[in-house]
Design a protein around this ligand. Structure first.
Ligand code: LLP
Length: 386
């Protein structure tokens, strides 16, 4: 099946400009999430026939209204800490533990105990935990996270496979893990791999399923294969939207080859990134040595992604959207670090000035979730619309 170029629809926030400017009047910095966009992305994934169950990786954006919208569409939730577990059960009414995964990394013993007490599905990724805490795991049913030996993703820091990564049991230790599990009467009912975040190649996930299914056949107790998250979104103006049709076809094919296993995904970014904008108030506009800088009332404290991964986010002057954008500005924040830059050489209206509202696009994933209070700056506010 050939897949052509997918047209990008205009972002939701273009039409919601008036409402967003009103939200900004209540104070900036402020994240605003459009729940209609979240629901639409969730439905797109739920409609893929090969997928049996979808879990949302709440680390991307644990906002309560966002969680309820996603669960309302039929998603389960993937948590990585006891606080995330407590949060989802407190936030989503009548949440069944069967709809919750616990996939922590180097978590303390008590968090595994708490997860078992809640009755959620626990994924383990090392043999040492079984050896050290046999009484925690004895007679349990677990999923096993494997390191398939390579990482993928938009930046080195988000690759979660391969020797440099702390995640996952190397495939070479698979048999040793199974032997240890047998000693404790631990049943392995699921295999999991998540190789990274922001993976552009739609064939990646079918490959992961094939590798895990090949291993699962030898175990005999595997019911579920979890191929992780990592679906990308188009951040830059020239980026193509993720080819969901090619992704779906790949999963259909591989599911037909290994029909025995329930296929699970656990995306975060794909559901929420495009739903969120960060609104900033312009503080100062300064020219220094030929570089024009526009300052927002938050920077890397509200949105770490540019500083941490050199990530690109579109930046627009919401107050002067119709002015056209002709002058290159570096968009910076108020934090005392030279890395506090949200975007370099961005074209913005020449008249950009104090009090204007800047909009940082595609900030719904790993934005507020990673915000901090460095320099004792307050955390951004959050609103939802839609
Ligand atoms: N499952 C596991 C086990 C994960 O570790 C993650 C993300 C996901 C699912 C969801 O991945 P997603 O679908 O969102 O790519 N802060 C970085 C991304 C870190 C991702 C961490 N793990 C960023 O802003 O790009």
């Amino acid at each position: 099946i050939a897949h052509g170029k997918v047209e990008r629809a205009p972002a939701w926030w273009v039409g919601a400009r008036g409402a967003l400017l009103q939200h900004a009047q209540a104070g900036t910095p402020r994240y605003v999430y459009d729940l209609a966009t979240v629901r639409e992305r969730a439905r797109g994934l739920l409609a893929v026939p090969a997928i049996d169950r979808c879990f949302y990786a709440i680390k991307a954006n644990p906002n309560a209204a966002v969680l309820r919208a996603i669960v309302g569409e039929g998603f389960g939730l993937e948590c990585v800490s006891q606080a995330e577990l407590d949060h989802v059960f407190a936030t989503v009414p009548n949440l069944s533990p069967q709809r919750v995964l616990f996939t922590p990394s180097f978590a303390p013993r008590r968090e595994y105990e708490a997860a078992f007490a809640r009755g959620v599905t626990v994924t383990l990724d090392n043999v040492e935990a079984l050896q050290r805490w046999p009484e925690v795991f004895r007679d349990r049913t677990l999923w096993l996270r494997l390191d398939l030996g390579h990482g993928e993703g938009h930046h080195e820091k988000v690759k979660t496979g391969g020797v440099a990564a702390k995640f996952g049991l190397p495939v070479a230790r698979f048999d040793a893990f199974l032997a240890e599990a047998r000693k404790l009467n631990v049943r392995i009912s699921g295999l999991h791999a998540h190789l990274g975040s922001g993976i552009d190649d739609p064939r990646h996930w079918r490959g992961v399923y094939a590798e895990l299914a090949g291993l699962a056949d030898s175990v005999g107790t595997i019911e579920t294969i979890d191929i992780g998250g990592g679906l990308p979104i188009p951040y830059t103006p020239d980026a193509q939207p993720f080819d969901l049709a090619a992704w779906r076809d790949g999963l259909d094919e591989i599911k037909a080859a290994y029909p025995r296993y329930g296929l699970v995904i656990e995306p975060g970014r794909y559901l929420v990134a495009e739903s969120g904008v960060l609104l900033l108030g312009v503080t100062q506009v300064v020219e220094k040595d030929g570089v024009r800088r526009v300052g927002g009332d938050a920077g890397m404290n509200a949105l770490m992604r540019p500083a941490m991964y050199e990530a690109y986010h579109g930046i627009h002057n919401l107050s002067r959207l119709d002015d056209g954008a002709g002058v290159a500005f570096d968009v910076v924040g108020p934090i005392c670090e030279s890395g506090d830059v949200l975007g370099r050489s961005r074209l913005l209206p020449a008249a950009t000035s104090e009090g204007d509202v800047l909009l940082v696009a595609d900030a719904g994933a790993y934005g507020m979730a990673m915000a901090n209070t460095y320099n004792l700056r307050a955390l951004p506010a959050e609103d939802v619309i839609g």
